[in-house]
Every structure is written in structure tokens, then in C-alpha cells.
Design a protein around this ligand. Structure first.
Ligand SMILES: Cc1cc2nc3c(=O)[nH]c(=O)nc-3n(C[C@H](O)[C@H](O)[C@H](O)COP(=O)(O)OP(=O)(O)OC[C@H]3O[C@@H](n4cnc5c(N)ncnc54)[C@H](O)[C@@H]3O)c2cc1C
Length: 496
């Protein structure tokens, strides 16, 4: 007999889980709070301009290929590899540094500041690559039945990587490089994980390996939302129903587990099994009422930075810029130490800019440009008043104009600004945190909220705040891990 699964949330992890479970013979239904699928991987449209709302590139593209193979479907979209990966602009420096995967070209970019760069970066990446390959299958792509099984699994990681758990990513940069520029650029990945490079363990330098050697970064032909459109079209063919504007806020149970989730209008959504794609930590607190995830406990966890995002529709083409750009300054240490908890004034922020219509010309009308700016900011625990968001956006757009010699403000035809309160209310992101729970060593693996519920045998979680972690490829892996768990507990309905 068919088993019915209800998936709460249509983010990338929810959609990937729906594809896998429908392949395995489950009847799948999905409900979603927002008005369209994709979660954070979403699309904005205004006055003829389109914008990728949040993710603009990703690594580990092979995880999407694995998903398509598992689901016996053609790849639903086409990858576009970034080359160069991105450009970095330092304040007061008229040149920009291009980050290439080709180490010779990369070394040439930095020859004036980092002599012997090719040898140094090759040595650094070799060590980073060893960590990645020694942990990918043992730790990242594993379910753990208990904290003990996680710790046991960690003992399989070669002991030589041990010391890198105990010193920082910044220290690792200092050991390998001399120039401020290279150290800063390679340690930016620390922020994605939810901490400064001064607090992030050096083991995470494996992310430099994934960007520079292993698989690089990719965008999608036609825009990032093609990922969602392709998956939804396939789910549609399979008869998976999706309901939008539906937010669950309580549950009902019977002797065998959860019997239904109930939405804010009182409608019951029943099924045999339930997979929650909403944030695995805050959902446990806010909907399941678990004391371990009370507001105080949630607030005491480490969360990734919140986004302040700016979408500009320009009346002309941009000059002197690359697709993906970081705008940094010279006060890196001081800024890093303040950025997570700064509650008052965002003075001279750091930001990332993606000229979206360069990859995808149909994102802007003929001769015009669509631009996305992301400025990571403190979450709502530290800065709850965002009445100054437009003012901050003005300052960023002005700064970008001064540093590139192109007057973005004068050419702006359309503008949208989203601050952490918007992000919180659109997708239930806890305190507006953009990437979910941070990845401190005590918040990963067996310490991260599990993908199986502690109490109910028919309730599971998938997405950025459960295992293995945040980012698009990680959420695809998360869908694989939760599917494996469901098979283990409830059987494989259609053995492939
Ligand atoms: C600004 C920004 C930039 C980013 N850039 C990148 C990038 O370049 N590359 C990259 O790899 N990653 C990036 N990320 C991270 C990436 O977007 C996430 O890791 C990933 O999309 C998370 O997917 P998910 O399925 O776990 O969660 P989500 O996308 O958040 O999906 C969860 C869904 O559940 C819904 N939901 C929540 N609560 C309820 C409820 N009670 N009832 C019903 N529905 C509910 C939400 O509305 C949402 O649609 C970025 C994130 C942000 C915010």
C-alpha cells in the first residue's frame, strides 16, 4: 500500500526530498508558507527586471547530478562554471584581484603582493584537499544514530588533521601566506559558516579546496531559479501536489505518532510520514514546543549572519565590473570582530555584488542591467530596528559607485531592499539568520539538530539547520540523508 508523506516547506531540501521519495514509490504532498516554491532559492520580478533572490552560485555540482540519477530524471538545468570565480576589490586600491582556479593565473594576479604564490597556494590546497577527501564520506555524508556514533565515526578521520580542529582558519592563513590580501580573501568562507575566520577552525579550509580545485563555482543557464522550475516541473509530472500560502503552527498526535499538522487557518494536513523543511532548530521550538529549543535556548545558539539584500534595476549596462564581486576594506580584523554583534551603526560595511544580467541577459530589458547586492549584517538578536535599511542601502550604492567609477545611484530605475525582518517573515528564518545554524564544532554532525525527531517515529527534518549543513549542495545531501533514514525506518517502497 502507498504511504503518504507530507513535506512542510518547498526549499531546495524539500524539493529534493520530494523527488527522491516520489521515485521510491511514496505519495508526496507539499505545503509552503511563501507564495511560490524554492525557499531562499527564489526569484524576484519587478518592472521587467528579474533577480535571483539569494543564492547566486554553488559548489559541488555533482550533488545535483547524483540527485538526478537517483530520481531517474534528466538534469533539470544546465550548469555554467564561473571563470574567474570572482573579483575582489579592496578599499583604496584601484586594481581588483581576480580569483582563478588556474593556479598560474591566480599567482600572476597576486605577484605584486604575494611572491612565490603558486607554490604556496598549491601546498595550502593540497592539505585542504586531504581534509575534504578524508571527511566527505566519513562525516559529511553520514547519518548518525547518536552522539556516540558520531564521535566514533570521527575517530576514522586520519589523526593528522586533529590539530586543525584547535587552531583558527586565520592562523592557517598566517602559516601559509604573507600578504593581507590573500589571507583575507581565502578566509572569507569562514563567514558563510557563521563565525569569523578568527573563530572558525582551520579544518574548514577544505572549503577553499572545493572552490579552487575540486569543483569550482557554478551558476545556472537562464538563472538560478531554473533549478526550482526544473524540479517543480518533474514533481508536477509525478503528480506531487503543492499548496502555497500555508503555514503550519501546531500538530496533532495519536498512539502511533504525528497524525497531522495544522495550519494557521485551522486546516489539518494528514499523512503517514512528515518531513519538515522549515528550520530544524526553530521548528522544534516554535511548532513542536520542545524545551531544548525554547526561545532562550535558540538565542544561545550560534547563528549565521543575516542578509541585507539590495536589488537594483539599472537603465544602462554597468562598466568595469565582473559577474561576482566582493568589496572589502583594510580594517578586516576589527570589522570581523564587530560584525556579528554590532547593534548600533553599520559603518562602512563589506558587501558582495552580482551583476545578474551578465550571466543571464533576459534578467533585464535590452540595454539595461539587473544587480544584486548582499551585505551580511547582525541578526535580529543584536539589531532589531531596521528603520535605517534604506539609508544603509544608499551608503552601499554610493560607496560602490565611488569605488568603480560608475554611478549606480544615478542609473537606478528600480530598487528593492530586504532587511533581516523581511527575511524572517518571508521564510521563517530564525532572527533573520540567512544561512541558518552556524557550523561551530559543537553545532555540526552529531551535535546538530538531527534529521529524525527525538519523540515521533514518523517525523523527519531536512535542510540547512539539520545535517550536514547550509548551502545548496549541502541541502541536496541533506535530502539524501533523510531519505536513507526513512528507508531504514519505514522501508523502501519500490526497490530500484
Ligand atoms: C542572501 C542569501 C544568499 C545565499 N547565497 C548562497 C549562495 O550563493 N550559494 C549557496 O550555496 N547558498 C547560498 N545561500 C544559502 C542557501 O540559500 C540555503 O542554504 C538553502 O537555500 C537552504 O535551503 P532549505 O531547503 O534548507 O531551506 P529554505 O530555502 O529556507 O526552505 C524552507 C522552506 O520552508 C518554508 N517554511 C518555513 N516554516 C514553515 C511553516 N511553518 N509552514 C510552512 N512552510 C514553512 C519556508 O517558507 C521555506 O520556503 C544563501 C542564503 C541567503 C539568505
Amino acid at each position: 500500500m502507498k504511504k503518504k508523506v507530507l513535506i512542510i516547506g518547498t526549499g531546495l531540501a524539500g524539493l529534493s526530498t520530494a523527488l527522491r521519495l516520489s521515485t521510491d514509490g511514496y505519495e508526496v504532498e507539499m505545503i509552503e508558507k511563501y507564495h511560490r516554491p524554492g525557499g531562499r532559492l527564489n526569484l524576484l520580478e519587478k518592472n521587467g527586471f528579474k533577480f535571483d533572490m539569494a543564492p547566486t552560485f554553488f559548489s559541488m555540482s555533482y550533488e545535483f547530478k547524483e540527485l538526478a540519477e537517483y530520481c531517474r530524471m534528466p538534469m533539470p538545468f544546465e550548469f555554467v562554471e564561473l571563470d574567474p570565480l570572482y573579483a575582489v576589490h579592496f578599499e583604496g586600491d584601484s586594481r581588483s584581484y581576480l580569483i582563478y582556479k588556474n593556479l598560474k593565473k591566480l599567482a600572476a594576479e597576486f605577484q605584486s603582493v604575494e611572491p612565490d604564490m603558486e607554490r604556496k597556494v598549491a601546498r595550502f590546497l593540497k592539505a585542504a584537499g586531504e581534509i575534504f577527501h578524508d571527511t566527505e564520506n566519513i562525516v559529511i555524508k553520514q547519518n548518525f544514530d547518536s552522539l556516540f556514533s558520531y564521535l566514533l565515526q570521527l575517530t576514522r578521520v586520519p589523526i593528522k588533521h586533529g590539530p586543525k580542529m584547535f587552531y583558527s582558519m586565520w592562523r592557517e592563513m598566517e602559516k601559509n601566506f604573507d600578504s593581507f590580501e590573500v589571507k583575507v580573501i581565502f578566509s572569507l568562507v569562514g563567514f558563510f559558516l557563521g563565525a569569523t575566520p578568527f573563530d572558525t577552525p582551520a579544518v574548514y579550509s577544505m572549503l577553499n579546496y572545493t572552490e579552487l580545485v575540486h569543483d569550482g563555482y557554478h551558476n545556472v543557464k537562464g538563472g538560478m531559479y531554473k533549478i526550482v522550475e526544473g524540479m517543480v516541473a518533474e514533481l508536477d509530472k509525478r503528480g506531487v501536489k503543492m499548496h502555497f500560502g500555508v503555514e503550519v503552527d501546531r500538530f496533532e498526535k495519536n498512539h502511533s505518532g504525528i497524525s497531522a499538522f495544522v495550519d494557521k487557518t485551522g486546516k489539518r494536513w494528514d499523512a503517514d510520514l512528515f518531513v519538515v523543511n522549515a528550520d530544524a532548530a526553530s521548528f522544534r521550538g516554535q511548532v513542536m514546543g520542545r524545551p531544548k529549543f525554547s526561545p532562550e535556548k535558540l538565542d544561545s545558539k550560534k547563528w549565521t549572519l543575516a542578509p541585507l539584500t539590495i536589488y537594483l534595476g539599472l537603465d544602462t549596462k554597468v562598466k568595469n565590473m565582473y559577474h561576482h564581486n566582493y568589496f572589502l576594506r583594510r580594517n578586516f580584523k576589527e570589522y570581523a570582530h564587530k560584525i556579528f554583534k554590532n547593534s548600533i551603526k553599520l559603518d562602512k560595511p563589506y558587501y558582495y555584488v552580482n551583476i545578474q544580467s551578465m550571466h543571464n541577459p533576459d534578467y533585464a530589458p535590452e540595454g539595461k542591467e539587473s544587480v544584486f547586492i548582499l551585505c551580511p549584517v547582525p541578526d535580529l538578536r543584536y539589531k532589531s530596528d531596521w528603520s535605517d535599511a534604506e539609508e544603509i542601502a544608499d551608503a552601499i550604492v554610493k560607496d560602490m559607485g565611488e569605488r568603480t567609477g560608475f554611478d549606480f545611484a544615478a542609473h537606478t530605475e528600480t530598487r528593492i531592499v530586504y532587511h533581516p525582518k523581511h527575511w524572517e517573515s518571508m521564510f521563517n528564518l530564525y532572527r533573520g539568520s540567512g544561512l541558518g545554524l552556524a557550523h561551530d564544532l559543537n553545532q555540526v554532525g552529531g551535535f546538530r539538530p538531527a534529521n529524525k525527531d527525538e519523540e515521533f517515529n514518523n517525523l523527519y527534518y531536512t535542510g540547512a539547520s539539520t545535517i550536514p549543513g547550509t548551502g545548496l549542495p549541502m541541502t541536496v545531501i541533506s535530502s539524501r540523508l533523510v531519505t536513507e533514514r526513512i528507508h531504514k525506518d519505514h522501508g523502501h517502497l519500490s526497490k530500484k
